[in-house]
Design a binder for this molecule. Structure first.
Ligand SMILES: [Cu+2]
Length: 336
């Protein structure tokens, strides 16, 4: 009775088979490597639990059995050594550690060597979101990938250290400024999964979560084609709004007048802006363009110079669309 109850509890902690491999700790396994990662995690967890229970139980028995009491004032001399015992615990530990090393190293090599035919996507971490650049130059703030095909991410950071983490795929890798790190996975189930930043990277750290969308194979190509051409099918204002959303501006700039990390875009066009050095400028097309490409050239008074540069990361047509969108936020046309 108790035993079956215990067994049921452990399987729940370790795995709920009816839920595609979800456990109390982790969402369902949705990549090819998730199974082996979970297996090793559970193996190490199991060993830890067994030894924890063993040691604590023996310790408690000894505490009671050898406690100080009448007629037992001094401790009886303990056994000096037992060659058999010593050999046994060394042998058992070595075997366990070698097993963990073998499977850990095998998986590690697998995880860190992308297959040659992997589909490559560039990733930039920034405060506080991610941007993903596809082979044709299209940039999105969600990660879209095909199912059943290895995908390699080549990652770097624009500002501080971030960490790219997809729990459903069981992959996590640091994203470091001035350096490229790689991670790869092969998604097995179409759907949407969370991406988190697993490195505390500033006040907006918890906002730097986004989604990976796994498209059924065959639907990814058409999706990319359509997404890449959004500026062609929208008015400049609509296109600019979309750029504002997908390029991370909205993490720091509101369009309704409320302050965020940066100044609001509401009614900013044509405004007289006081800079940190005391000079006053008028917000025009050139100034917006410069703010995007060289954010620190002119810093607005009262704000920290934390805006990442988009130099080399944003095409002119997107900047033009942004300018059109910011112009439209004059309180009269379009937006509220
Ligand atoms: Cu981060």
């Amino acid at each position: 009775m108790i035993l079956t109850g215990l067994f049921d509890l452990t399987t729940r902690l370790v795995r709920m088979p009816e839920d595609g491999g979800a456990t109390v700790w982790m969402p369902p396994q949705s990549s090819t490597i998730a199974g082996e990662v979970d297996w090793l995690f559970n193996f190490i967890l199991g060993i830890s639990v067994v030894f924890f229970v063993l040691i604590v139980v023996v310790m408690m028995v000894f505490v009671v059995k050898y406690r100080r009491r009448e007629g037992r004032e001094t401790a009886s001399p303990s056994a000096s050594n037992s060659v058999f015992l010593e050999m046994a615990w060394m042998a058992i530990s070595i075997v366990v550690v070698v097993i963990i090393f073998f499977f850990g190293f095998k998986s590690y090599l697998n995880i860190s060597t992308p297959p040659a035919n992997a589909y490559e996507i560039q990733v930039a971490g920034q405060k506080w979101d991610w941007s993903f650049t596809y082979p044709n130059g299209y940039v999105d703030q969600d990660l879209h990938v095909p199912a059943d095909r290895p995908v390699e991410l080549v990652m770097t950071s624009v500002d501080v250290i971030h960490s790219f983490y997809v729990p459903a795929f069981r992959v996590k890798k640091d994203v470091v400024p001035g350096r490229y790190t790689n991670v790869w996975f092969e998604a097995t189930k179409p759907g949407e999964y969370n991406i988190f930043c697993a490195e505390y990277c500033g006040t907006g750290h918890s906002d730097s979560s986004t989604m990976v969308i796994v498209h059924p194979s065959g639907e990814f190509g058409p999706w990319l084609e359509k997404a890449s051409n959004f500026l062609l099918t929208m008015t400049p204002e609509e296109g600019g709004r979309k750029v504002y959303e997908i390029r991370g501006c909205q993490q720091c700039h509101s369009v309704d007048g409320s302050p965020r990390t940066g100044p609001t875009f509401f009614k900013v066009f044509g405004k007289e802006e006081t800079l940190a050095d005391g000079s006053i400028i008028t917000v025009d097309e050139d100034y917006i363009r410069e703010s995007v490409l060289e954010p620190n050239a002119k810093v607005v008074a009262g704000f920290e110079p934390v805006m990442p540069t988009y130099q080399g990361r944003m095409k002119d047509d997107q900047i033009e669309a942004l300018i059109a969108y910011i112009k439209s936020l004059d309180g009269k046309t379009g937006e509220e």
